[in-house]
Design a protein around this ligand. Structure first.
Ligand SMILES: CC/C=C\C/C=C\C/C=C\C/C=C\C/C=C\C/C=C\CCC(=O)SCCNC(=O)CCNC(=O)[C@H](O)C(C)(C)COP(=O)(O)OP(=O)(O)OC[C@H]1O[C@@H](n2cnc3c(N)ncnc32)[C@H](O)[C@@H]1OP(=O)(O)O
Ligand SMILES: CCCCCCCCCCCCCCCCCC(=O)OC[C@@H](O)COP(=O)(O)O
Length: 387
């Protein structure tokens, strides 16, 4: 039934803005800016190579800034384009420490944009350029983003312990003299949550005599233990982070690109590193207990729609937006000049080349977005013995 109330000018304007956000041309401009600026950042990163043996700390700082230039564009997309506001549930005493110390972040891995929400918190607390993750090796091959991570000393693993252990320990040791405050993200489940993976991992839990989890896969404990042991004295605390979305939202990166607003809530508990057991078996049992607590928070959230403790909506910072607008203006200018030349020339070949370029940008970015989709998740964790 149609409404008899006339829409206000304000509503009309909002409708138009929302309509624009869904248009392919807008997406093309955004993706073009992201890809071309990303390649420029990669190129500048390569230029820092001769600096590493001369002044490693300076090279690292420069790479953090370059990394920020690229990563913060996707934060701007979430905060300013889609209008998503991240809400934090945490102890105000601990809030003052976020961004002022190194930390290991333990975060659940259920959502397609959990990495983006993580980056947004990193930006809010000023550690975005230096933030790191224990990531699957396949991500290091991602054009632009994966190449950038190489220079940011991200830790990549094949998820095959015998093959990984040497490089993993060495990469962690390298972080001991990192010149900027960083957060090291660990998704201890090792893969994204799917019903099938959940079922398999709960079979493992049963065999091990561990309580079943409803909202998480059983955590793999080795990576956590090795990270804690190798970062003692470097990292002050573990941030136990539990992320969920209001109204049972299932957010996607494509949704963000279409300007859809989501409602993420993050519950953060700060646990001093000294309180985590050194012995492997005890540390492993400690992590299992942590996941049982996280599971309880998720269950309560699904009943009440909120996490425990006081909540705050930290203000978004303008830097991400300024950086994004700066790159867009810088890169749109030559594009517009090219288009004008194109129209003037009337050459079929040039027009075809331009259409081909736009199609390549669009397909390339769509493929990258595909990497974030849970339906394309790896087969890691199924069947049972797959490692
Ligand atoms: C204030 C705000 C604060 C914070 C804001 C939040 C976040 C911001 C922070 C930073 C952001 C930075 C960057 C993010 C950007 C982008 C990147 C995003 C995502 C990439 C993430 C990934 O790529 S996840 C995949 C890779 N990572 C991991 O795998 C890590 C987890 N895994 C481990 O750590 C593992 O231990 C390991 C891989 C190191 C080794 O695994 P392995 O299996 O060899 O050994 P384990 O001993 O650990 O496990 C074996 C035991 O596990 C049992 N088990 C459990 N389930 C299964 C199963 N399904 N199948 C088989 N076996 C299973 C198994 O029985 C073994 O038990 P045993 O008793 O026999 O040992
Ligand atoms: C202005 C900004 C424009 C943005 C345009 C869109 C650009 C596309 C950006 C793609 C960014 C890619 C970041 C990849 C991070 C994906 C993290 C992730 O979720 O990895 C999965 C692994 O953890 C586990 O893998 P599975 O075993 O589940 O398989």
């Amino acid at each position: 039934m149609s409404s008899h109330f006339p829409i206000s000018a304000e509503e009309g304007k909002m409708g138009l803005v929302q309509w624009l956000k869904g248009q392919f041309l807008c997406h093309l401009v955004i993706c073009y800016g992201f890809l071309v600026s990303g390649l420029l950042v990669n190129l500048l990163q390569i230029c820092t190579l001769p600096l590493w043996p001369i002044n490693k700390q300076l090279a690292r700082r420069i790479n953090c800034k370059l990394g920020y230039c690229l990563t913060s564009q996707s934060v701007a997309l979430l905060e300013w384009w889609s209008g998503t506001e991240v809400v934090l549930y945490t102890d105000p005493e601990n809030y003052r420490l976020y961004g002022k110390e190194n930390a290991i972040v333990v975060l659940n891995h259920n959502f397609e944009i959990d990495f983006l929400c993580g980056w947004t918190f990193c930006d809010i607390f000023g550690v975005l350029g230096a933030s790191k993750c224990l990531a699957k090796k396949e991500l290091s091959y991602l054009p632009v983003i994966g190449w950038m991570w190489y220079f940011l000393e991200m830790v990549f693993i094949k998820r095959k312990w015998e093959e990984d252990k040497r490089n993993f320990v060495q990469s962690l040791q390298n972080l001991r003299d990192y010149p900027e405050n960083f957060w090291f993200l660990l998704h201890c489940e090792g893969t994204r949550f799917t019903e099938e993976k959940h079922q398999v991992s709960m079979e493992v839990a049963e065999k091990k005599g561990l309580p079943k989890l409803k909202h998480h896969l059983l955590p793999r404990t080795k990576g956590f233990w090795v990270a804690v042991q190798n970062l003692r004295g470097t990292v002050a605390a573990v941030y136990c982070c539990t992320l969920n979305f209001r109204n049972n939202e299932t957010p996607t990166l494509l949704g963000v690109l279409n300007g859809e607003k989501y409602h993420p809530d993050l519950y953060v508990r700060r646990i001093p590193l000294e309180s985590i057991p050194e012995d492997e078996a005890e540390c492993s049992a400690w992590l299992h207990k942590l996941y049982q607590e996280k599971d309880k928070f998720q269950e309560d959230y699904s009943q009440t729609g909120c996490f425990p403790g006081p909540k705050v909506t930290p203000p978004r910072r303008s830097w991400a937006l300024i950086n994004w607008l700066g790159w867009t203006c810088l890169l749109l200018y030559p594009l517009c000049l090219l288009l004008v030349q194109l129209v003037k020339s009337g050459s079929i070949l040039t027009i075809l080349a331009t259409v081909g370029f736009c199609a390549a940008v669009s397909v390339g970015v769509r493929w990258m977005i595909g990497q974030t989709e849970i339906k394309r998740s790896s087969s890691y964790g199924v069947p049972l013995n797959n490692k």
